[in-house]
Write a protein that binds this ligand. Structure first.
Ligand code: PMV
Length: 323
């Protein structure tokens, strides 16, 4: 049997602005997806018969990437991530499957993380009608702090470039890593799930519509870009007070783009007194908030009181791994 684990992610800065070429900063989180593969008499997944149409990510990786034609597999998946909540659960699944298959088929070959991130990205695209940003798969594969940007970002290390032919034409991205401070000073990330799913496509389309109707809203994108760069600089220096202020600011601009929601705003307000900063994370319209705090238990309680589901992670989780 082979097993692999891949972490989920949250976006700390730059969601939506990244769609317009600005940078986005994502952090890997402790929670993720664990996959085990065992040779078996018949194809099974989660105790049921494997239906490739129900699992396009897995089917793509098995047959289009690894050209697997060995014995049937019994696939077990355990996810600690809220699904469709902006935490990158499908990317973590793709990466964990890719890593486990690599281990099974090429046991003596060291895993190439960049290749794995690209495999995960292609699986995401195959399952989402050709549209997928590499943010989730790159962050889950590389771990730590990942920056996705159209142009070089000061203080980061370039890791790889990637492109995708989407129904709207070819898109390219560059992936960078930012070095996190060694001491995170008792600071924790706290995610709060609203319980509502986060419809990425719909929210991205809503922003495009808003920008075409109210062109002055482009200023919000510029503002998010500046905050992202300042926040990233503060993060790499370990200045978490400044990171928190930047998160609070970023939330305001996302509200101005109409991508927050009452339940996201309620959770953000509830945690602010006990946090250095808090904001919605990901596409919005549902999904999660992210806060940073020295008092994760108190923040978690506040999330529960306000009707959300909390999850605590350290800052700087490692990327995908074979277990
Ligand atoms: O909620 P998520 O993780 O799907 O984040 C979406 C981030 C957007 O910037 C809104 C879209 C994108 O493709 O980057």
């Amino acid at each position: 049997m082979v097993e692999a684990f891949a972490p989920g992610k949250c976006i700390l800065f730059g969601e939506h602005a990244v769609v317009y070429g600005h940078p986005a900063v994502a952090l890997a989180i402790d929670q993720g997806v664990r996959v085990s593969l065992k040779k078996s008499e018949e194809w099974r997944i989660g105790g049921e018969k494997f239906d490739p149409f129900k699992h396009p990510h897995i089917s793509h990786i098995l047959h289009k990437i690894f050209y697997y034609n060995g014995e049937p597999l019994d696939i077990k998946i355990e996810s600690q991530l809220f699904p469709a909540a902006g935490l990158g659960s499908s990317a973590a699944l793709s990466n964990a499957i890719g890593a486990a298959l690599h281990k099974m088929m090429k046991p003596n070959e060291k895993i190439d993380i960049v290749k794995l991130a690209k495999i995960g990205h292609s699986a995401e695209a195959a399952a989402q009608e050709g549209r997928a940003s590499p943010t989730d798969t790159a962050t889950s594969a590389l771990g730590g702090c990942v920056v996705v940007s159209g142009e070089p970002v000061k203080g980061t290390e370039h890791i790889f470039n990637t492109e995708l032919v989407t129904p709207e034409g070819k898109r390219s991205w560059s992936i960078y890593k930012s070095i996190l401070p060694e001491k995170t000073d008792g600071i924790w990330l706290i995610l709060g799930f609203t319980g509502e799913s986060s419809p990425t496509g719909k929210m991205v389309a809503g922003v495009a519509n808003l920008l075409s109707q109210v062109p002055s809203k482009k200023d919000e994108m510029e503002a998010i870009n500046e905050i992202t760069l300042k926040g990233l600089d503060a993060l790499s220096k370990g200045n978490f007070e400044a990171v928190g202020l930047a998160m609070d600011e970023c939330h305001k601009h996302l509200q101005n783009l109409n991508v927050s929601s009452d339940s996201l705003d309620r959770l953000v307000e509830a945690v602010r007194p006990y946090s250095l900063g808090a904001k919605m994370t990901g596409a919005g319209g549902g999904g999660c908030i992210v806060a940073i705090s020295r008092n994760p238990q108190r923040v978690s309680e506040q999330i529960e009181i306000a009707g959300g589901i909390p999850m605590i992670s350290k800052i700087g989780t490692k990327g995908v791994k074979i277990i």
